[in-house]
Design a protein around this ligand. Structure first.
Ligand SMILES: *[C@@H]1O[C@H](CO)[C@@H](O)[C@H](O)[C@H]1NC(C)=O
Ligand SMILES: *[C@@H]1O[C@H](CO)[C@@H](O)[C@H](O)[C@H]1NC(C)=O
Ligand SMILES: *[C@@H]1O[C@H](CO)[C@@H](O)[C@H](O)[C@H]1NC(C)=O
Length: 428
């Protein structure tokens, strides 16, 4: 007994020393200087020099060890859930918000109502979370949505749509639309909301779903009209995976725990219902654009032709961008992806008629392979006469809003979004 106790005291003394040595060594091994301009304040950069390697260890490295991509998805889901709960500990609760789960036409939704029933607006925001159609959930976005609900004193509805690969395209869209239809039918009675003052908002893949839903409502002339759409670094297309922002990733951002081209290919293909455990070998050809059949090429490049504008405007702090590389054709990938690449419900950037859409805010970030598609969509909306505000965060990165309570840049972006959204609600 005594001996054991002695030993444990001895162990207690040595453990912190070993942990410190271990942390110093791993910290040194994992250290990778962030690119110039990646977040701006000293604080933000310091935080990201901890968060980025932590993300690499938590999911980026392990996810690459799975032979089955579907197991990789499961692992990443778990890792992100755990991480977001850990980060959640640091989060200011941002005041009192009444939070309740509901089920609307079979879709679970979480309703955030600033308390005392006295909201400063009679509008509402429909929030659709990101995560490549396969990751994330409403709880993971709790701190962000709660903050916006509280600060805007506005009702927020966060939609728990089903994820791929279990539920494939267009399941997620239909889940969201089912919940939204219910809200438009009962929101006025149940929550005192004026349903002409409803804004839809989504980030990343949630930005894709928000765009698609707004477009479908516009095309059908659905009533009530949305008061606005907020598209936060949205995924909008996969017909050109060699845009400038994609190529910048290959030359400068490879190996960081940022959204990478391979993952985008995997997640889109899971969403398209392709068995990626069988078809993972198609990914290298897909990221070269080898999945785009010849007969779709001109339709896709017509839309992507705005990229010349982008290439002139943004030079990534003068780092040279590599030239497009050779496309490695895959007829199998072309057959599999044919139904999706120019289908606006899957790739909303490809929708030709953009009239009748509500006022739009498009958020893009410099350090994001999806930057260019966001910029192109913003341009196209403006050309189509849709009142559009585009904000480009020169020092921002994909998914930064998930760190809104840690990073000044992300927090500022939340402020910008809140201000624009309140305006859209009040001007509806
Ligand atoms: C707010 O409304 C709920 C249900 O409509 C009610 O139970 C609650 O007492 C109200 N709270 C206040 C502070 O008025
Ligand atoms: C990039 O290059 C242009 C022209 O060579 C120069 O005017 C500009 O200041 C440079 N920008 C940066 C951030 O270095
Ligand atoms: C709802 O908002 C619209 C647009 O501001 C306004 O015209 C309408 O009167 C409002 N309806 C109610 C019931 O307040």
């Amino acid at each position: 007994m005594l001996k054991a106790k002695k030993e444990s005291n001895y162990t207690k003394g040595i453990v912190p020393v070993l942990i410190t040595i271990f942390l110093l060594i791993t910290g040194y091994a994992l250290y990778k200087p962030l690119p110039e301009g990646f977040t701006i304040s000293k604080w933000d950069r310091a935080v990201m020099h901890v968060v980025e390697p932590a993300l690499r260890v938590a999911y980026y490295y392990p996810s690459r060890m799975f032979t089955k991509p579907s197991n990789m998805v499961q692992w990443t889901r778990g890792a992100l859930n755990t991480l977001s709960k850990t980060l959640g500990l640091l989060v200011n609760t941002h005041g009192q918000v009444d939070i309740k789960w509901h089920k609307w036409n079979e879709t679970p939704v979480k309703v955030y109502r600033p308390t005392n029933n006295k909201t400063s607006t009679d509008g509402a925001v429909l929030f659709i979370h990101g995560g490549g159609f396969a990751l994330g959930n409403v709880d993971m976005y709790d701190s962000l949505v709660k903050r916006m609900a509280y600060e805007m004193k506005t009702l927020f509805i966060s939609i728990e749509y089903r994820l791929s690969p279990e539920t494939v395209f267009p399941g997620g869209i239909l889940d969201c639309e089912a919940a939204i239809d219910h809200f438009f039918d009962f929101g006025a009675v149940q929550f005192g909301v004026n349903t002409s003052k409803v804004v839809i908002m989504g980030d990343s893949a949630g930005g894709n779903l928000a765009t698609v839903i707004a477009q479908r409502r516009a095309a059908r002339n659905s009533f009530p009209k949305l008061a606005g759409q907020v598209l936060i670094y949205p995924l909008l297309q996969m017909a050109d995976m060699q845009t400038v922002s994609y190529r910048y990733f290959h030359s400068r951002l490879r190996g960081y725990a940022l959204v990478d081209p391979e993952s985008v290919a995997y997640y889109y293909m899971f969403y398209a219902g392709i068995d990626m455990d069988e078809k993972a070998y198609l990914v290298p050809s897909v990221i070269s654009n080898g999945h785009v059949a010849n007969h779709l090429q001109s339709e896709a490049s017509e839309i992507m032709s705005y990229k010349s504008v982008i290439e002139m405007k943004h030079n990534y702090k003068n780092h040279s961008i590599t030239e497009r590389w050779e496309v490695s054709q895959s007829y199998e990938a072309q057959d599999l992806m044919e139904p999706f690449l120019t289908n606006p419900d899957f790739s909303p950037l490809m929708r030709k008629d953009l009239s009748n859409l509500p006022p739009t805010m498009v958020i893009t970030c410099e350090f994001d392979i999806l930057r260019d598609e966001g910029l192109i969509y913003g341009e196209r909306l403006k050309v189509s006469g849709v009142p559009t505000t585009t904000i480009h965060y020169e020092n921002g990165f994909h998914a930064m809003l998930n760190f809104h309570s840690e990073l000044d840049e992300a927090s500022k972006s939340v402020d910008d979004i809140e201000q624009w959204t309140l305006n859209a609600i009040n001007n509806a």
